[in-house]
Design a protein around this ligand. Structure first.
Ligand SMILES: [Zn+2]
Length: 409
């Protein structure tokens, strides 16, 4: 376990920012820098079948050390960091025995990480925190997950008295641009189920996420001299406005929480002859999700009837709630929960108001709940991670491997 921190500090200093505008996989050349290092590290600790493919997807095996047949399980995390904030020249700072006061990240730029604003900090009084220097993100998302998985495998290799089945691990590029799972070879991975180590606060355990789609309304118009426009002009801007007025005003991100779904209009542009509305649709419940799409259809039809076919609607699915894939094999959540409880961690089980790679993997045939990796305030300069949370995540992995084997008679 003593290698956890130095490993983490080393990895976060390697820039692996992904790029949504790139068409290649990995989306940035620099992700290879860490990918190659990880392959070496996996060889060094004694993992078997270490492989990296042409897209930088890494896999490795820890062979079973029992005679009986135990399901092969996996652990997955991503090594890219978010394009939202710089990951170059990360200078991690270590705060030992955090006393609950303000942390000055950068004196000259007056950047302070304060529990007045980020009250979660107070959960970690007395612990060791790793922060940024205020000029970059940290990259605990998800290098914490990478380090926890590697360190857990090393721990199992050094403790052969802990009995486990075959364990597969997978590290992916480009999760932050929504492309972490799409080239993941589930068949080659060959696990019955897996866990992404990509959650936040200690205890988080998630197997429900949004159903997600994006929608675009395109509206045509007819421009006529405004002085002589009566009964002739069709103003696309006006129709766009009417469209929005027919949508439920309170089913928006700023008015919803928990398992309440929403429409989120994030872009609108318009001229008299052409207007566009871009929005996303989110709902945990598949029936409600379908009803939301239908509502947009209905509004489109209604306005087309009123004005004469000036509107068109396109809806594209993005990802689905993994719950339907996890529920039939719910013991995989129970095992993770039991593992945490046996380590004195209180599981925090709640639906994600977003998606994870695990939801895609679940629909590709690899049921894949998400477990905490320990970090907070992802994708920005206030990102931090308590060392103790990373240690607990590592032990959670070890325990899940042990419990999976011990529950099979
Ligand atoms: Zn992540």
């Amino acid at each position: 376990m003593e290698k956890l921190l130095p490993r983490f500090l080393e990895y976060v200093q390697i820039d692996t920012q992904s790029d949504p505008y790139s068409k290649t996989t990995p989306s940035t050349e620099k992700q290879w820098d860490l990918a190659k290092k990880l392959v070496m590290e996996l060889h060094q600790i004694g993992m078997e079948e270490v492989s990296i493919d042409e897209n930088a997807y890494i896999m490795a095996t820890l062979p079973s050390n029992v005679d009986k047949k135990v399901p092969t399980i996996g652990f997955v995390s991503h090594f890219d960091t978010s394009p939202d904030f710089s990951g170059r020249n990360v200078k991690p700072q270590i705060i030992k025995e955090y006393d609950g006061s303000d942390i000055v990240l950068n004196k000259s730029m007056d950047i302070v990480l304060s529990p007045d604003y980020f009250e979660d900090l107070l959960l970690y009084k007395g612990q060791t925190l790793i922060t940024t220097d205020g000029t970059t993100l940290l990259g605990a998302d998800d290098k914490a997950g990478i380090v926890e998985i590697i360190t857990a495998m090393e721990y199992l290799i050094n403790h052969p008295e802990i009995k486990h089945g075959e364990i597969r691990i997978g590290f992916t590029p480009d999760e932050e641009i929504g492309r972490g799972a799409h080239k993941f070879d589930v068949e080659k991975f060959g696990a019955e189920w897996a866990y992404t180590m990509d959650g936040s606060q200690i205890g988080e355990l998630e197997y429900e996420n949004f159903n997600a789609a994006k929608a675009k309304v395109t509206i045509k118009g007819k421009s006529v001299h405004p002085g002589y426009a009566k009964n002739k002009m069709v103003n696309a801007i006006g129709i766009a406005n009417e469209f929005l007025s027919l949508m439920p005003p309170h089913e928006v991100p700023e008015h919803t929480t928990g398992i309440e779904g929403f429409f989120h209009v994030h872009k609108i542009k318009g001229e008299i002859e052409h207007a566009e509305i871009d929005m996303i649709i989110r709902d945990h419940d598949a029936t409600h999700f379908a009803a939301r799409k239908e509502m947009l259809d209905d509004i489109t039809a209604k306005l087309n009837k009123k004005y004469g076919n000036y509107l068109s609607l396109s809806i594209e699915d993005q990802y689905k709630n993994m719950r339907e894939k996890v529920e039939p094999v719910f013991q995989i959540v129970e095992i993770a929960k039991e593992a945490m409880e046996s380590l004195g961690i209180t599981p925090i089980i709640k639906p994600i108001r977003g998606g994870t790679d695990g939801s895609q993997l679940s629909f590709m045939g690899l049921p894949c709940p998400n477990i905490f990796a320990g970090g907070h305030n992802f994708h920005g300069k206030y990102e931090y991670v308590p060392l103790e949370s990373m240690e607990k995540a590592t032990l959670t992995i070890v325990k899940i491997c042990e419990l999976t084997a011990s529950q099979i008679k």
